[in-house]
Design a protein around this ligand. Structure first.
Ligand SMILES: Cc1ncc(COP(=O)(O)O)c(C=O)c1O
Length: 370
């Protein structure tokens, strides 16, 4: 298999653990093991203490899948396959697609959501978000215009990485209706779901809405537990799920035993964990609003609607990659340039989930003041 480099991951690999400040992390401030154990109930603490470190069930621990099922209206434990989030994308794309299939995918985006399809010999049409006055928008009519007889899969990601865009419920319903009308699979990356600033903006999962919908979710972002490497696919199509399970025999086979138990604890403490993360994001969002309002000539702030990231624009004539390189060298501050998404327009990503956001922003402030 030949696949292009994952540009965002290569950028993080080069800088993430060397710099003093990160302004572009997508996850929320990681929970400590102690914090998570402090939230656990007696049953999961007993599972933790008695844990045997052998292989685990390939589909995922039954209790973990049961807790995952509670996040959905129509998804049972048997409709879930546990895998690392990135792995789950890889598995699903390999199972869903054949060479020459056509794929429509929201863009810019997390690269594997379209790059794996390309590596399999598929044609990918990017469905681009557009920056508008108060954020971002998607043109729903685009889908009909770009549909071909080979179109097999539509890939969406809401809340969206990197823009923080979140469609209204009727727009999602129209997307589902389009997929249903044309018999398409609908792969919905819901990694940032539950991080809506206004609970009224929370969308139903595509796995609940559509019989050919496949939802990807996990504990890395909304649950602040990226180090567990726990995610899942949820779909009511049992045949598809069985094929994904069989494919997983060639990736990890099964998940890490400690991570599964810690994952059950996290899902059972969903509300306090989400509240903690939303509190961090809201406080950082207020700082970001203030910072960008103070620099209207230099930046165009495009406020996110949900999730832990935003994608503002650098207004200066300098290329955003050079700007990011400059702050990296001067302040040991890592900012992700829009180039790593192959997205033109001088955008850069801002991560709102970390506790030292104010310090990272202060370093940027010093830099732009010269
Ligand atoms: C939209 C999206 N999907 C999937 C993933 C993959 O998650 P993980 O890194 O936990 O495998 C990410 C991570 O950044 C993401 O932003």
């Amino acid at each position: 298999m030949r696949i292009n480099e994952f540009r965002l991951e290569r950028y993080f690999a080069a800088h993430e653990f060397k710099v003093r400040y990160l302004l572009s992390a997508s996850d929320c401030e990681g929970l400590s093991l102690d914090e998570l154990l402090g939230l656990a109930d007696d049953e999961t603490l007993a599972l933790w203490r008695g844990l045997m470190l052998g292989y685990t069930e390939s589909q995922g621990h039954p209790l973990l899948r049961q807790e995952i099922g509670r996040l959905y209206a129509n998804i049972a434990a048997d409709d879930v396959l546990v895998a690392a989030p990135e792995e789950a994308i890889f598995v699903a794309m390999n199972v869903l697609l054949q060479p020459d299939d056509h794929v429509l995918a929201t863009f810019p985006g997390y690269q594997s959501l379209y790059e794996i399809a390309r590596s399999l010999g598929c044609q990918v049409t990017p469905w681009s978000l557009e920056a508008v006055d108060d954020g971002w928008q998607l043109d729903l009519d685009f889908l009909q215009r770009r549909l071909t007889p080979q179109t097999r899969l539509l890939v969406v990601n809401f809340p969206h990485n990197p823009t923080g865009y979140q469609p209204a419920a009727d727009a999602l319903a129209a997307i589902v209706a389009f997929a249903r009308r044309h018999g398409l699979w609908l792969f919905s990356d819901e990694m940032y779901r539950l991080l809506e600033y206004d609970p009224a903006d929370r969308l139903p999962s595509v796995a609940d809405l559509y019989e050919r919908g496949i939802a990807l979710a996990g504990l890395s972002k909304s649950f602040a537990l990226a180090g567990l490497r726990i995610g899942w696919l949820a779909t009511r199509d049992r045949d598809l799920l069985a094929r994904c399970m069989a494919f997983k025999d060639y990736t990890t086979i099964c998940s890490s035993a400690p991570s599964e138990i810690l994952g059950i604890m996290a899902l059972r403490s969903r509300q306090p964990i989400i509240n903690r993360n939303l509190a961090i994001i809201r406080a950082n969002l207020a700082l970001a609003n203030r910072f960008f309002a103070a620099h209207p000539d230099l930046f165009r702030w495009l406020p996110p609607r949900a999730g832990s990231i935003a994608f503002p624009q650098l207004r200066s004539h300098a290329a955003v990659a050079d700007f990011c390189q400059d702050v990296l060298e001067k302040k040991s501050l890592m900012i992700l340039p829009g180039d790593v998404f192959d997205y033109a327009g001088n955008h850069f990503r801002v991560g709102l989930g970390r506790r030292n956001f104010a310090d990272a922003l202060a370093a940027l402030e010093e830099c732009v003041r010269g």
